[in-house]
Ligand binder design. Structure first.
Ligand code: GLU
Length: 298
């Protein structure tokens, strides 16, 4: 009796997730105001008559009549690019689109640049991108070079192992194990500084670590649980998360240092946009089993 009721609840949750996905599937690359024809499900409109006095980044955007955003392309549910169609999807990508729309730019005015973790600060400092949205943790050392709007999401560092692994259940089980992570990421730094894995190997991207794990050349991958959950959702028979999170990773939008007009604009968008945030969370992260609430901005 009890079992049936729980199963019913789970089925209900799954159906809600499906309904939400279906609701937004009419315009997966464009959940905002440009979803022509299917009316009713647009999450936002492209703003008109925007002025952002004192923002050098906004001036650069209006000067070229377009936005250049830095994103990831191999993190399902967060920042993903379909190799066949070129379609970009995910929570982070949609956050980037929502910001662009709030600044008056439509989807066809957005240029996406795939930038790996190690290069983010430099690309922002050089002015090669206008802002970056891609599992980018707010840290003091990064804040010496750039500013962060947000946080817009909070997750924590975790471990991913092969589905048949039985001996890794947390970061204290890594003696003699080879752990893969990404150059320039906070999880790689933390696993080296605070734990004692047998060895670490680093690549530019997490999908390269996935290849190594599936090939059996590494024992575990460490990065944010939200990223790991996206890979598990893609290959649940091959991969599993091991244990609980062991850090707090607060995701921010990377911006040129000192552009407070843009920073304040994005923070106000997040603060006022709880409905949009929730819809994006429900569409992209909840289906992978990720839980969380919208955090208050700093
Ligand atoms: N959030 C962590 C970081 O910013 C790990 C994820 C990533 O590499 O993007 O370093």
């Amino acid at each position: 009796m009890r079992k049936t009721r729980i199963a019913g609840v789970i089925a209900g949750i799954a159906m809600t997730a499906l309904a939400l996905t279906a609701c937004n599937s009419g315009s997966p690359t464009s959940p905002g105001g440009e979803s022509e024809g299917d009316g009713g499900d647009a999450l936002w409109e492209v703003a008109t008559d925007v002025s952002l006095d004192g923002s050098p980044t906004f001036e650069r955007m209006t000067g070229r009549d377009g936005v250049i955003v830095g994103v990831k392309n191999d993190q399902p549910g967060l920042g993903y690019e379909d190799a066949a169609t070129g379609e970009r999807t995910g929570f982070d990508v949609d956050i980037a689109r929502w910001i662009a729309a709030s600044l008056g730019f439509s989807e066809d005015q957005i240029t996406y640049q795939t930038i790996p973790s190690a290069n983010r600060e430099q690309e922002i400092v050089n002015g090669n991108i206008d802002y970056y949205v891609g599992t980018y943790s707010i840290t003091d050392s990064r804040k010496e070079l750039i500013d962060f709007a947000g946080p817009y999401f909070i997750t924590g560092q975790g471990l991913l192992v092969a589905a048949d692994n039985t001996d890794i259940e947390g970061p204290d089980d890594l003696a003699g194990k080879i752990v893969c992570s990404v150059t320039g990421s906070t999880p790689l730094q933390r696993i080296r500084d605070e734990y004692s894995p047998g060895d670490t190997v680093e690549y530019d991207t997490y999908s390269q670590c996935i290849d190594q794990l599936l090939a059996g050349s590494v024992d575990a991958i460490t990065t944010d649980q939200a990223i790991l959950a996206g890979y598990v959702a893609q290959q649940p028979d091959e991969l599993k998360i091991a244990g609980e999170v062991f850090s707090e990773e607060r995701y921010g939008v990377g911006l040129e240092k000192g552009d407070t007009a843009l920073l304040d604009h994005i923070n106000a968008l997040f603060t006022d946009g709880g409905d949009v945030w929730q819809a994006l969370f429900d569409e992209h992260l909840a289906p992978a089993g990720i839980t969380g609430e919208q955090p208050a901005v700093d």
